[in-house]
Design a protein around this ligand. Sequence first.
Ligand SMILES: NC(=O)c1ccc[n+]([C@@H]2O[C@H](COP(=O)([O-])OP(=O)(O)OC[C@H]3O[C@@H](n4cnc5c(N)ncnc54)[C@H](OP(=O)(O)O)[C@@H]3O)[C@@H](O)[C@H]2O)c1
Length: 258
Amino acid sequence: MIALVTGATSGIGRDISRELVSRGIKVVLTGRNKENLAELRSELGKDMTAAIACDLGDEKACVALYNKLKDKNIDILINCAGFGAFGEFLNVPLKTELDMINVNIKAVHILTKLFLRDFVKRNSGYILNVASAAGFLAGPLMSTYYATKSYVVRMTHAIYEELRRRGSDVYVGVFCPGPVKTDFNRRAGVQFVTDGIESRYAAKFAVDRMFDGKLTIIPGAMMNLGIFALRLAPVKTALKAAYHLQRRKGEPPQYEEE
Ligand SMILES: NC(=O)c1ccc[n+]([C@@H]2O[C@H](COP(=O)([O-])OP(=O)(O)OC[C@H]3O[C@@H](n4cnc5c(N)ncnc54)[C@H](OP(=O)(O)O)[C@@H]3O)[C@@H](O)[C@H]2O)c1
């Protein structure tokens, strides 16, 4: 089997790549950081990996990535690249948010659609989209990030139902962890108040459940319970709770005037 993993240069995507290689699956690693790509290739073995540096914020680069790989018999697509930004909607720079929408939504959308068409034709393949527990809520002080993850959850769930009705054997699923210890916080400018789970654990959990055919993958009983409770709560109550959760992460930053 061959997998394409986006966001393979760091955190969850890097650990999912390690997990797949440990199961004998070859991996095409992508990310922008060429040094990290080269490092991971030497760790995992050149015979088991290939690397394509790619900025998924660029729509054309997403299509070019697909075109490079469309004849390589990719069996598994893991859409893991993504990032967040902390702050009030009024203050976060528009460019940061549009970049985020490009990586967290547009790239996931493009790669899912293009690979899914091929997978459906041959009636096999796996697509795992990495969203977040944030995908089930609105997230004051991280509004765009939460909204992007909600898009990924909803799109994946809808595709699942369409495939089920076709009787397709292609798998689609969505991974929705709570906090995971990675570089995410530093890049987003936040500190988690609760300790995250280990990235290696999250990666193994995701890959195990993907091969079990699970649609929505959420590690941790407490996280499952918390998401369930917040979804049942009245919207304004859930918003207040989400705001307080975010606010405990620190003082929202004042960004430079645009
Ligand atoms: N950590 C958490 O608590 C947590 C919880 C729930 C969900 N998630 C989700 O898990 C995914 C992975 O995040 P992580 O926690 O592993 O964070 P991370 O360590 O910061 O890794 C983010 C990855 O995304 C890639 N990326 C970002 N912008 C990109 C771009 N423009 N083009 C190509 N690649 C890009 C980065 O690669 P380069 O910098 O090399 O481009 C990096 O490999 C994200 O989608 C995140 O939303 C994280």
